[in-house]
Every structure is written in structure tokens, then in C-alpha cells.
Design a protein around this ligand. Structure first.
Ligand code: NAD
Ligand code: IPM
Ligand code: MN
Length: 358
């Protein structure tokens, strides 16, 4: 198999603390399973770069990255230095849009040994995927401010839902549900209140469902869906949502499963026309940065998802993914833990333990 080229972008804050642990474990897996990987680090797409240059990325960022097979990404955002909408629309959200990473796949799993904030839940009760639309919807830069500073001050922010963009994420989610033993799909909606886009979204869900007679599906308004994540997480198998609903569900789900510190994500261009991007769900966590106490498992699990995607069915890559997951589970059950999981270990100790467990 050809060498897989990985662009490494640590970003801001704890992105810089968890990235070395992600690379440590991915490199250990590459050595064990004889995977041909190469890594190139980029020190832009962070707020220090913005402070030096007035931009988040160089003008030729697209050309610099487009021939990589994957981007391994930490986190971006340092609101004390740069407003979040500037830093994120100048980096991560550009990658997702311009590399057409329209699937944001976010597994949620209660791992054995993780303290669960929900009463009486066992591993197995929380085991589902959030499939988030990643390029349109409520995340838009269309709109504007009018009559600024007057009593008539008005702000307009449009949502954009296209048939192509909606159908392709629904198809991905139904295919995923169809491939899983329980074959359940829940579509997040809010068609009672959001009276144009969401009734239309529900119609597209029903039309796609007609192609998957073996999948049992329902739609749930986002408000009660959030409540059921907390009360009955065992109901869920594949949950598909628009960009904003998927964003919210993919912090809530991992919080229900103990900590957002272990949650991974894969921003996929399934057609492989452009590099896909793998990153933890969490952000740069300014409140804990600099203490080396961030949980590196979200970064490490994202690395496992990256190998699985790069392998595209190749058995050594699949084995590397599975081995990293088993090493994560073994370490969570019986090894050092960071404070978000009730432990006292530091970031490096957890990454080192997972690499050793491999
Ligand atoms: P955050 O995810 O950075 O932090 C939320 C809370 O979770 C904090 O208390 C933090 O300490 C904790 N936390 C996060 N990751 C952790 C880890 N690995 N281990 C232990 N605890 C962890 O969210 P926020 O505070 O809303 O955002 C901070 C900055 O990060 C902002 O600039 C925001 O825009 C950005 N952000 C970026 C991404 C991304 O790059 N994908 C995602 C979310 C937020
Ligand atoms: C995420 C983050 C981003 C999002 C922010 C930082 C723009 O919260 O990856 O979940 O909302 O998509
Ligand atoms: Mn988020």
C-alpha cells in the first residue's frame, strides 16, 4: 500500500498537549502493524499565527494541504486573543467546507470503568453514533446587521439547507444504521417551531427511509431528544442531525458517557476527493491549558478512526484501529486516568500507558 501522508496541525491550547500523545500512539500502531505513514507538521491555523500575521492561515493553505491523505488536528480557538468566529471561520470551518468534509462522525460509548453521571447505566447502554451534517445548515455567514446603534437595530442570520447537502448526510446515516446489528435511526428535528427548513428536512428523511426498509427510524424534536439522551440513552443507535443539532448532541452524548475528554470525531469526505480531518470533539480548553492534565483519549481515538479510514478496508489498518481501541479500554479500566475521569494522572502518563498497552 502507498505511504499515507498525514498533515499534523496541533492548533491552540490543549491541542498542543494532546497531539504528542495522539502521535505517540499512532506511531506505535504504525510500527506494530507495519503501516507506511508519513507526518508533516504545520504551525499555522492557530491564534499565535494570527497574532503574528493577521491571518489564521497562509493564502496557499489549500494547495499545501490538498494532496495529503488526512489531517490530524488538535483544536483551534483562543478567545482572549482572537474572537472565536474569526479563528474558527478562518481555519477549521474552512477545512470542513472547502475540503467538502460533509460527514462529521462522532461515536459515543460508555467505556468499562468510566464513572457515568447517569444512574444505573452499564457499558453497552450507551453505544451510538452522532452523524452530523458538517458543511451547511445553521452554520452560515449569510445575513447581516442593519441600523446598528439605533433602536431599530436588526440582525439577520440565514440557515442554508440544500437537497444535495441534506440527502447525502441522510444517506450516509441510513447506510451506517443498516450496517449495524440493531438498525435503528433517529433524525433530530424541530419542525414544530422552525417552520420552513425543518418540515422540509423531515420530508427528506422520510424519502431516504423509503430506500432502507430494514432500518427502523423515527424523528424526534431536538428538545425531547436531548432529554432522552440523559434518561434513555440505550434507545439510540445512529442519530443524524443538522450542523447545529449535531454539534450540541455530540457534546451532550459524551458528557452522558462520562467525559467529553475521550470523544473523537472524523470529518469525512467519503469520496476521498479531498483529505478528511480527524480531531477530538473538545476545544482548546483555556481553563486547563498549561498543566498537562488534559485527557488525550479523544485525540488518540480520533487517530484510530483516521487509520481505519486511511486503510479503507485494508486489514492491517483495521487491526491497528481495533488494537488502539482495546489499548484505550484496557488503560481506562486499569491504568492511569486524568482528573476529568476521577484520576490524578497527567496527559503524558495516559498517552504513554496506551502506547505501552498496544
Ligand atoms: P472546550 O471543549 O475547550 O472546553 C469545555 C470544558 O471541557 C472545559 O472545562 C475544559 O477544561 C473541558 N475539557 C475539554 N477538553 C478536555 C480534555 N481533553 N480533558 C479534560 N477536560 C477537557 O470548549 P469551550 O470552553 O467552549 O471552548 C474553548 C475554545 O475552544 C473556544 O475558542 C472554542 O471556540 C474552541 N473550540 C474548538 C473546537 C475545535 O477546534 N474543534 C471545539 C470546541 C471548542
Ligand atoms: C466542534 C466545535 C466547532 C463546531 C466550533 C469550534 C466552531 O464545537 O467541532 O464541535 O461548532 O463545529
Ligand atoms: Mn462542538
Amino acid at each position: 500500500m502507498k505511504t499515507q501522508r498525514i498533515a499534523v496541525i496541533p492548533g491552540d491550547g490543549i491541542g498542543n498537549e494532546v497531539m504528542p500523545e495522539g502521535l505517540r500512539v499512532v506511531a506505535a500502531a504504525a510500527a506494530k502493524f507495519d503501516l507506511p505513514l508519513s507526518f508533516q507538521r504545520f504551525d499555522w491555523a492557530n491564534c499565535d499565527y494570527w497574532q503574528r500575521t493577521g491571518r489564521m492561515m497562509p493564502d496557499d493553505w489549500f494547495a499545501q494541504l490538498q494532496d495529503f491523505d488526512a489531517i490530524y488536528f488538535g483544536a483551534v480557538g483562543w478567545p482572549a486573543l482572537v474572537p472565536d468566529h474569526i479563528s474558527l471561520w478562518g481555519s477549521l470551518l474552512r477545512f470542513r467546507r472547502e475540503f467538502d468534509q460533509y460527514v462529521n462522525l462522532r461515536p459515543v460509548r460508555l467505556m468499562p470503568g468510566v464513572p457515568c453521571p447517569l444512574a444505573n447505566k452499564q457499558p453497552g447502554d450507551i453505544d451510538f453514533y452522532v452523524v452530523r451534517e458538517n458543511t451547511e445548515g445553521e452554520y452560515s455567514a449569510v445575513g447581516g446587521r442593519m441600523y446598528e446603534g439605533t433602536e431599530r437595530e436588526t440582525v439577520l442570520q440565514e440557515s442554508i439547507f440544500t437537497r444535495k447537502g441534506t440527502d447525502r448526510i441522510l444517506k450516509y446515516a441510513f447506510e451506517l444504521a443498516n450496517s449495524r446489528p440493531r438498525k435503528l435511526l433517529t433524525a433530530a428535528t424541530k419542525s414544530n417551531g422552525i417552520a420552513i427548513s425543518m418540515p422540509w428536512w423531515d420530508e427528506r428523511v422520510a424519502a431516504m427511509a423509503a430506500n432502507y426498509p430494514e432500518v427502523s427510524w423515527d424523528k424526534q424534536h431536538i428538545d425531547i431528544l436531548c432529554a432522552r439522551f440523559v434518561l434513555q440513552p440505550e434507545r439510540f443507535d445512529v442519530v443524524v442531525g443538522s450542523n447545529l443539532f449535531g454539534d450540541i448532541l455530540s457534546d451532550l452524548g459524551p458528557a452522558c458517557a462520562g467525559t467529553i475528554g475521550i470523544a473523537p470525531s472524523a470529518n469525512l469526505n467519503p469520496e476521498r476527493r479531498f483529505p478528511s480531518l480527524f480531531e477530538p470533539v473538545h476545544g482548546s480548553a483555556p481553563d486547563i491549558y498549561g498543566r498537562n492534565i488534559a485527557n488525550p483519549i479523544g485525540m488518540i481515538w480520533s487517530g484510530a478512526m483516521m487509520l481505519d479510514f486511511l486503510g479503507n478496508g485494508n486489514e492491517r489498518y483495521t487491526a491497528a484501529h481495533d488494537a488502539i481501541l482495546r489499548a484505550i479500554e484496557a488503560t481506562i479500566a486499569d491504568g492511569p486516568r486524568t482528573p476529568d475521569m476521577g484520576g490524578t494522572a497527567d496527559t503524558t502518563a495516559v498517552g504513554t500507558a496506551i502506547a505501552a498497552a498496544l
